[in-house]
Design a protein around this ligand. Sequence first.
Ligand code: SF4
Length: 313
Amino acid sequence: MSKELEFPRLVAIETTNRCNAHCKFCPNNSLARNRRVMDDDLFKKIIEDCKEFPLPAIEPFLQGEPFMDPKILDRLAYINEQLPNTALRLYSNGAALSPAKSDALRELNIDKLYISLNTINKEKYEDVVGLPFEHTLENVRALCASSPKGPVAKVITLRITLVDNTTKEEVEAFKDLCNELGVRHMISGLFNYKGDIPATLPVPDFPCEHIDRLDILSNGNTTLCCMDQEGEYGWGDVINHSVLEVFNSQAACYVREMQRSGRRKDLTPCKECNLFWPSFSHMPTLQKARHALAYVKYFTKYRPLALHTNEEK
Ligand code: SF4
């Protein structure tokens, strides 16, 4: 274990890797791992571990759809209760987030809710996502509606993904829908899942945001990030080790050091990965400035997001 302990800024917990959608570009479709829901004991052990350090944010999501976990509402309430100072963020495709579940969320303290629609063109949605569009839209309308019980989350963001055949009209219609519903929009480029799927955006030089978070799979193993869907490059397990031990393991420190020192392109699998969310933490000022410059150049040249969002990550 390293002498100077680092704390993750975010812990993501895959409470289930089951998904109700079949998004054509998502590696969840071909997951080799068993489909499962995380055991209660393991879930509670992770939350207990997270009480040992100041944790800014927690996301019960990785591969899979959180609302395919039959215990998700209880688990969200448990996080609120046990980690009252940690921001709770949720991601969902919205299809299993029924109006009744949305109402239950209003009783909780959800900081940010992201709904990934991929597109709002009905034909494309049903083709790409494999779910009935109208049903998802009804759920989305219900969760965005105002209620005397309060909002479902402090900030709600709807997201679509830019793919080759995304049209300007689709983007504009999506923005109009978000304005009508009074929520934020995010329109993001497609990640290549560490080179597993084709995507046009190149590999950046700056460190990626995943290096200072810990992603935990439903079986208790950790994974490098959400691009590492099978946990091939994980840092150890949180069954026999604590969250802090794993985050400060030799493997984790090595990845952080390689990325922070500008050697992302010498690191497997990061050298093939185009994830463009940056990390500027835990580095000297000069190094930070160099990475910030590379980040600005990348976003200016490739515009993976900047032109298409009013959401601040
Ligand atoms: S750069 Fe590496 S750590 Fe970051 S998302 Fe890609 S594969 Fe994961």
